[in-house]
Unconditional design. Structure first.
Ligand SMILES: *[C@@H]1O[C@H](CO)[C@@H](O)[C@H](O)[C@H]1NC(C)=O
Ligand SMILES: [Zn+2]
Length: 493
C-alpha cells in the first residue's frame, strides 16, 4: 500500500511539474506575442502622412530585421519614388520579401501583409494613445493592431513556433510585406509584375490576412468587390461664384444640373438606373443562396453597430448579397459646394461630384466607364443646359472571386476545424482589396483570404483593437494551416 501511495504521489508531482511547465511556456509565448505587437504599434507607420515617412522606413526595416533574425532570406526591395501633388518626389517604403525554406518537394505559400497604418490621433476620439498598445479586458487597442500588424505577426509567430519546437517547416514560406497599402499600394503592382518569374515562380498559394470575420465564428473570405470611382464636373457655367440675391433666377446653375443628374443614378430602393449595370451581374445561384442562409450574421446587431433603425433589406440573405455580390452606387461629395457651418448665399460656378460604383463579377470597369459616361451625358443633354458636363473615371479596380472548392480553401476549412472546432463561414468582403485581383491576374496562383480580425475591431476607425484571443488562436490556426497545406501535396501529387 505504501508503495502504491508513493507511486501515486510521484505521478501527481510529475503531473504538477508538466502543468506548471506548459503554463509557464504558454505565458512566456503570450508575453512575446504581446511585446512584438506593442513594438510594432509604437511605430507611427502612417503611409498617408509624408512627415511620417521616416517612421514608415523604420517600420519596414524593423519587419525585415525580425525576419532576418529568424534566419529568413530577406530582401528590402526598392520600388522607387512617389510623386507628391506639389511635384516633389518621395522615396516609397521598400517592400520586404522573405523566404524560409526552398525544398522543391514541398509546397510553397506566400503570405502578403502590410505594416503601414491609417492616421490616428487622440483628438479623433481615441480612449487610449493609439500608438501605445493598451490591454483592456483582453482587447489590445492601438492603431494598426488588427489592420494589419497582428495578422502579419501571427504568421511570423507561426514560423517561429515551428522553429522553437525544432520542427521542420512542412511547407516553404515566403513573405511579401508592403508599406503603402492604406494609400493604394503605390509601386506594388509593378514590383509583382517584375517578380512574377522570380520571387513568385515557385509559389503555389498566396495568402492574404487583411480583413475580418463577420461574427464570432471564424471565416474564410473568397471574394471582394472592386470599385469604379467617378468625377462628374459641371463646368463652363458662370466664370466665377455668384451672389444668389443678385444673380439667382437669371443663370442656369451648375449645382442644380449636377444634383439633377446625380439623382438619376440610383432609385430610393437601391436599384441602379444606369442601363446595363444590373444586367452584367452574375446571377445568385441556389448553392450561394443556401450558403448565405447558413452564415452567422445578426441583423439586429448590424443595425445597432451602424446606428440605424431600418436597413435596405430585411432578410439576411438579401442583405449579405447586397453587401458582397451586387453593385451599389454611393455618392461621396461635391467639390466646390458650400459646406461650412452657417449660411452663404452663393451660386457655385463649378462643381464636381464624386461617386463610386462597387464592382462585382461579371462587371468590367472599362465597360462600366462607358455605360456611366454615356448615360450621364444623355441625362444631362435632356436638361438642355448651356453648361458642360465632364465625366472621368479615376479608379477602376476589379472584383476578386475565388473557388471555395480549391484545395487551398479545403486546407483553410480543416485548419479552422482543428483549432476552433467549428466549420468556418465562407464570406466575401464588400470592400475592395485590389491586391487580391492583382495577384490573381499577374501570377495566376490560387489566392485565399484568411482573416483573423474580429468583426468589431474598428479598422480605420477610433479605438482599433485586436483581441488577445484572435491574435493567439489566430497564430495557432496559421500553424495548423501550414500543416494542412503540406498535406495537399501528398494527396494530389
Ligand atoms: C503607455 O501606456 C502606459 C499605461 O498607461 C504608460 O505607463 C506608458 O508610460 C505609456 N508609454 C508611452 C511610451 O507613452
Ligand atoms: Zn489592411
Amino acid at each position: 500500500i505504501i508503495i502504491i501511495i508513493i507511486i501515486i504521489i510521484i505521478i501527481i508531482i510529475i503531473i504538477i511539474i508538466i502543468m506548471a511547465y506548459s503554463y509557464s511556456t504558454s505565458v512566456i509565448g503570450i508575453v512575446i506575442f504581446y511585446d512584438a505587437l506593442r513594438e510594432w504599434v509604437a511605430i507611427e507607420s502612417d503611409s498617408s502622412n509624408v512627415l511620417k515617412r521616416p517612421d514608415l522606413h523604420h517600420m519596414m526595416e524593423k519587419a525585415a530585421q525580425k525576419l532576418r533574425l529568424m534566419g529568413g532570406m530577406v530582401e528590402l526591395v526598392d520600388i522607387g519614388q512617389q510623386e507628391l501633388p506639389d511635384g516633389q518626389t518621395l522615396a516609397l517604403p521598400k517592400v520586404v520579401t522573405a523566404q524560409f525554406g526552398s525544398d522543391p518537394n514541398k509546397r510553397t505559400v506566400c503570405i502578403y501583409g502590410h505594416v503601414d497604418v491609417q492616421p490616428a490621433k487622440m483628438d479623433d476620439g481615441w480612449a487610449t494613445d493609439p500608438y501605445n498598445l493598451t490591454d483592456i479586458n483582453g482587447n489590445l487597442y492601438g492603431r494598426g493592431a488588427s489592420d494589419n500588424k497582428a495578422p502579419v505577426l501571427a504568421w511570423i509567430h507561426a514560423v517561429e513556433a515551428y522553429q522553437a519546437l525544432h520542427m521542420e517547416l512542412p511547407v516553404n514560406v515566403k513573405f511579401i510585406i508592403e508599406g503603402m497599402e492604406e494609400t493604394g499600394s503605390n509601386g506594388l503592382e509593378d514590383m509583382i509584375v517584375a517578380q512574377r518569374d522570380i520571387f513568385f515562380s515557385d509559389v503555389d498559394y498566396i495568402i492574404i490576412s487583411d480583413c475580418g470575420w463577420l461574427s464570432r465564428r471564424p471565416a474564410l473570405t473568397y471574394g471582394t468587390r472592386g470599385n469604379c470611382y467617378f468625377f462628374a464636373e459641371v463646368i463652363e457655367g458662370p466664370k466665377q461664384d455668384l451672389h444668389s440675391g443678385v444673380y439667382g433666377g437669371t443663370v442656369i446653375e451648375p449645382m442644380t444640373d449636377l444634383i439633377g443628374i446625380l439623382d438619376t443614378l440610383i432609385d430610393p430602393n437601391g436599384k441602379i438606373l444606369i442601363p446595363g449595370i444590373r444586367e452584367a451581374v452574375a446571377p445568385l445561384s441556389d448553392e450561394e443562396w443556401k450558403m448565405y442562409q447558413d452564415i452567422q450574421f445578426d441583423l439586429e446587431n448590424y443595425k445597432n453597430k451602424i446606428g440605424v433603425d431600418q436597413l435596405m433589406y430585411n432578410s439576411k440573405v438579401d442583405l449579405l448579397a447586397h453587401m458582397w455580390r451586387y453593385p451599389t452606387v454611393s455618392i461621396h461629395g461635391i467639390q466646390g459646394a458650400f459646406s461650412d457651418h452657417g449660411t452663404k448665399t452663393v451660386i457655385p460656378a463649378k462643381v464636381v461630384a464624386k461617386f463610386s460604383i462597387r464592382q462585382v463579377p461579371n462587371m468590367d470597369p472599362a465597360v462600366v466607364k462607358k455605360q456611366v459616361t454615356d448615360y450621364l451625358h444623355l441625362v444631362f443633354s435632356k436638361r438642355k443646359s448651356p453648361n458642360k458636363l465632364k465625366v472621368t473615371m479615376v479608379i477602376g479596380a476589379k472584383p476578386w472571386l475565388a473557388d471555395t472548392q480549391d484545395p487551398v480553401f479545403e486546407a483553410g476549412k480543416a485548419a479552422i476545424k482543428r483549432v476552433f472546432n467549428v466549420d468556418p463561414d465562407l464570406i466575401r468582403e464588400g470592400a475592395t482589396i485590389p491586391i487580391a485581383r492583382t495577384f490573381q491576374d499577374v501570377t495566376g496562383k490560387s489566392i485565399i483570404m484568411m482573416p483573423i480580425g474580429g468583426f468589431d475591431d474598428g479598422l480605420h476607425s477610433q479605438n482599433e483593437k485586436m483581441s488577445r484571443y484572435n491574435y493567439i488562436e489566430g497564430t495557432k490556426y496559421f500553424i495548423a494551416y501550414l500543416h494542412e497545406v503540406s498535406l495537399i501535396k501528398k494527396t494530389s501529387v
